[in-house]
Ligand binder design. Sequence first.
Ligand code: F6R
Length: 587
Amino acid sequence: MKRLEYRGYDSAGVATITGGALQRRRAEGKLVNLETRLKAEPLNGSIGIAHTRWATHGAPTEGNAHPHFTDGVAVVHNGIIENFAELKEELAAAGAEFQTDTDTEVIAHLLARHRQEGMGRGEAMHAMLKRVKGAYALAILFEDDPSSIMAARNGPPLAIGHGDGEMFLASDAIALAPFTNEVTYLIDGDWAVIGKGGADIFDFDGYPVERPRHTSMATAYLANKGKHRHFMEKEIYEQPEAIAYVLANYISLIENPADPIPSFDFASIPSLAISACGTAYLAGLIGKYWFEHYARLPVEIDVASEFRYREIPLSPQSAALFISQSGETADTLASLRYCKKLGLKIGAIVNAAESSIAREADAVFPILAGPEIGVASTKAFTCQLAVLAALAISAARTRGTVTENEVQALVRSLAEMPRIMGQVLNSIQPQIELLARELSKYRDALYLGRGTSFPLAMEGALKLKEISYIHAEGYAAGELKHGPIALIDKDMPVIVIAPFDRFFNKTVSNMEEVAARGGRVILVTDEKGATASKLDTMHTIVLPAVDEIIAPMIFSLPIQLLAYHTAVFMGTDVDQPRNLAKSVTVE
Ligand code: F6R
């Protein structure tokens, strides 16, 4: 369960069958609370199901924590049952008594009703799956069968682990790694009966099916914080090494045009679609600037939750890129499937190599950031950027939109990154801490930038709000005067991201507009920008002057550290901020 806590930490629970009866322990909040509970009231058994929750329907209380029990049936569920309201009404009218505010409980009641109607366990399972609509990964125990667990998948992932005289089931092979590396992934519509000797898998129509066994590469090794206070801090400081590893794997892709990317020919596509969520989307937005600028390749991009429903007229000759750290984000996966149906070539930029998004793509571009535990994405973001930069340069080369000399210069700039990142991380912490102490006194903040610094401004704001709970927004610097400038006063610090690039003078003008209205400016710039700007700022962070292509990665560092130290001053739970989860497998 510890290995799956990244999926949610609102509450947790475990159920076993012991002495012929279902038993459970549940606790509100983090897994540690359940651990304490189990120490005080241990639970025995050789079969069980457990769950860490990220609440969708019903408050994160112990009462709403999974497993849900009804008349000899226990259920844990990831996902959302979309027709739960109508099922609940129907079941309640027939006498069912609901004990929770969750959508999941209808599953337990449906199964219990089918059993009362005389159906066997498999029959009841099949009948229940025909009634529920929505997304689910399910694990179910029937009290009258202490030898098997039922499972079903439609959307969120489920992996069956094959042991020696014992079997496992989990949302992620990472959770199975200490026990087995032999896994079978269920596909959408599958359900299974898992006993200690093996698993019988059925399709949605109830016919037995075979699914391949894989040897998972997930390791039993559990990441630790080393000398750092939080995983987020550790992951920020790991970036020079992580980026060096990414570059070692991707520079050959640029330099070796004779090695075309399998199934992904940038030379022949008329346009590119990119879709992702949150921080990964902001990486994609920076990628759009690069693909358009260097490779002259038009890019259509949207957050996956909009992309999947927008009915964008996309050409089947185009290709689509999906960016995801976890590789399991439900909206991103749905956008991928939408593009696949339209006939586009699918590329996936993913960190989790065995994820659903990786498995369903035609070409996989691994992010290679290593495990990212902190809920706020840091090293995965800069590694996504490094992969996108390499792909954009490779695309520019194959499309003939840059000269050989320009390619070599871009590659040299990329290769500089690990060293410059190390230098920045070694020098800026003391001043960022001072600034963070100041920033933690405010309720709101604005981030501004132009060009690739605009998505970075949005990323800065996202990072600050998600871990410090300070309200922050990122704007294109030129948009300020079209509305947000009304917010400017002494209580609204404005963080301006302005490397000395072709936009610098324009951004400085926007900064002047802020200062003229009593706003306090925190300027993040480079040595050239610091010399050129005459503005009296609240604080100026000065980074080394770098080439335009690597500026987003280098300027990410102070942005991440500022959010991190502000959150530390605020005393929030940096690695597991409230209401969030590391992997979002619901819409
Ligand atoms: C923010 C953050 C999220 C994720 C988003 C997508 O720090 O981490 O915004 O970027 O939930 O997740 P993945 O990349 O797993 O698809």
